[in-house]
Design a protein around this ligand. Structure first.
Ligand SMILES: Cc1cc2nc3c(=O)[nH]c(=O)nc-3n(C[C@H](O)[C@H](O)[C@H](O)COP(=O)(O)OP(=O)(O)OC[C@H]3O[C@@H](n4cnc5c(N)ncnc54)[C@H](O)[C@@H]3O)c2cc1C
Ligand SMILES: CC(C)=CCC/C(C)=C/CC/C(C)=C/CSC[C@H](N)C(=O)O
Length: 479
């Protein structure tokens, strides 16, 4: 009970979930709280969570989170600190399919086919590009604030520090409204924006503008991934943090009142057996807690009781197929004349898939080249539901293997609810609320750094490092 009063560090911290959010939290907690504290990370399934690979024909392919933006500085830092390597994506052309024919043949929507896009969409293209750049520039402020040690007690405070009320409004208003206001044409929205929202978030242009901008950043050309698989970052961070990995599902969290301070007792099951571990000073929940996300975590004995989180997570199926693409379906009876590496789709009710793309293995050997459509290749198809045999036969002339991963992938953004809280109770934190602003590896990493800083400042009662206003100015005048 006296730990917090005499300024000592916490002795035990628990993190629930070993995805990028949980493992990055463990790493940053270690940085801030020092070498003495015991950090236990609970994981019920695989380290990596939504970063995962499937093996096809002796090669591994990303089945969950796959691409990282060049300005995602936490992810970049992790890769450097862990001695991992970057894997650049192998260039390939993209088409947009409307269910009937290819409506747009482009090479690379930012650079190569700029003139083609100009001709077709006029000023829309430039306006959109500037809009995304401006948002990215403001978003990048977070790295400075975090490097100076500033933390935020809510996702709203964090966003407001970066982009004022404009950023918060962007989490509530539809992307389509923002784009129309910008003067982006309906044709551009239907043929380019909607297909990008479908491939990245399995949703339409009514998703909020902030996550829409994140999704558009994810359609730029400066993207990379981690050689060997993105999930290597998670296992690497656990080691770097010197954290204990407990292969167990946390089932309950209850407060333990001892004197003036509160600690937490965690109930968990491992190999069907129930255990409990007491006396955690700080707990970070790094997994979605909505009922539909099925984390299995229950809160007992909190007064007032913790309110359930509204909203649900979107079902998205990633199907990795080794076979021959049926190019006829896209209007190219001769596969040798099919020039595309990926096909995005417009928002058409009859379409049963969102995208189909030739994919590269996570270990690209020096001489790697994409297979031609007349050869057997490995493709990833995103769809809202598992593909039936008939649907597979529509997309592939024949195939050797099919691997299906069903994800509760990212928030269902249409519900228009607010952003979940970060502080559930003193010393009990929730990471995944940030996904309701935008779900991406970097968003979880930003939230991880924020929670580690927040936990540290709360523990040490440093109120002047939390929710400070006018940080740009403060930082400039700091020594
Ligand atoms: C198909 C797909 C494609 C994506 N593509 C990209 C992309 O290209 N780029 C990008 O940046 N992002 C992408 N994302 C989003 C990105 O993967 C996620 O935002 C990010 O991985 C979330 O990490 P997290 O650690 O917050 O959550 P998770 O990875 O979900 O980690 C939570 C962990 O907690 C564990 N857990 C849950 N309950 C318990 C419990 N009770 N006890 C113990 N453990 C528990 C889970 O098993 C899981 O491992 C994609 C997501 C999907 C699904
Ligand atoms: C957080 C910021 C500022 C930028 C992140 C940009 C980014 C990498 C967004 C990706 C979002 C996402 C959920 C993509 C899913 S699908 C990716 C890919 N098309 C695939 O084929 O797997």
């Amino acid at each position: 009970g006296s730990a917090q009063l005499d300024g000592a560090q916490p002795s035990k911290i628990a993190v629930v979930g070993a995805g990028i959010g949980g493992t990055a939290t463990a790493h940053f907690l270690r940085q801030h709280f020092g070498p003495e504290v015991q950090i236990d990370v609970f994981e019920k399934e695989e380290v990596g969570g939504r970063l995962a690979t499937v093996t096809v024909n002796h090669n591994d392919y990303e089945s969950g989170g796959s691409i990282i933006h060049s300005l995602n500085l936490h992810m970049q830092d992790f890769v450097k600190q862990l001695g991992l390597k970057y894997r650049r994506s192998v260039a390939g052309k993209t088409a947009v399919f409307d269910g009937d024919a290819v409506v747009l043949e482009e090479t690379d929507w930012y650079l190569l086919d700029l003139f083609g896009l100009w001709w077709r969409y006029g000023i829309s293209f430039l306006r959109l590009q500037m809009w995304v750049e401006e948002i990215m520039e403001k978003f990048m402020r977070i790295y400075k604030y975090q490097a100076h040690g500033y933390a935020f007690s809510s996702v709203e405070e964090l966003l407001a520090s970066l982009g004022g009320s404009g950023f918060i409004n962007m989490t509530q208003r539809p992307l389509s409204d923002s784009l129309v206001e910008l003067g982006v044409s309906q044709r551009f929205i239907d043929e380019i924006i909607a297909p990008i929202m479908r491939v990245n978030y399995n949703q339409n242009v009514s998703i909020p503008a902030f996550v829409g901008a994140v999704s558009l950043a994810g359609a730029q050309t400066n993207l990379w991934a981690v050689e060997g698989g993105n999930k290597l970052v998670c296992s690497g961070l656990l080691k770097l943090a010197n954290a204990n990995l407990l292969q167990a599902q946390v089932t309950s969290i209850s407060p333990l009142h001892t004197g003036e301070t509160v600690q937490f007792q965690l109930g968990f099951t491992t190999d069907g057996e129930t255990h409990s571990e007491a006396a955690y000073d700080v707990v970070v929940l790094a997994t979605p807690l909505q009922d539909s996300a099925d984390s299995g975590v229950r809160f007992h004995g909190f007064s007032p009781p913790l309110a359930p989180l509204p909203g649900a997570y979107q079902h998205t199926v990633a199907t990795v197929v080794h076979g021959y693409l049926n190019t006829s379906y896209f209007g190219f009876p001769d596969p040798r004349l099919f020039p595309f590496a990926s096909v995005l789709t417009m928002d058409a009710p009859e379409l049963f898939f969102n995208s189909a793309a030739s994919v590269c293995p996570v270990n690209i050997s020096a001489g790697f080249r994409r297979k031609q459509p007349q050869e057997a290749g490995v493709y990833k198809v995103f769809s809202p539901r598992p593909l039936s045999k008939a649907q597979l036969k529509t997309l592939f002339r024949s195939y050797y293997s099919v691997q299906l991963t069903e994800w509760l992938a990212y928030p269902e953004y249409s519900s228009g609810q607010g952003l979940p809280p970060v502080e559930l109770h003193p010393n009990l934190y929730y990471l995944n609320g940030i996904e309701w602003a935008g779900s991406a590896m970097e968003m979880s990493s930003v939230a991880a750094k924020n929670i580690a800083l927040l936990a540290y400042h709360r523990w040490n009662r440093q109120a002047d490092m939390v929710d400070q206003k006018d940080l740009m100015h403060k930082i400039k005048t700091e020594l």
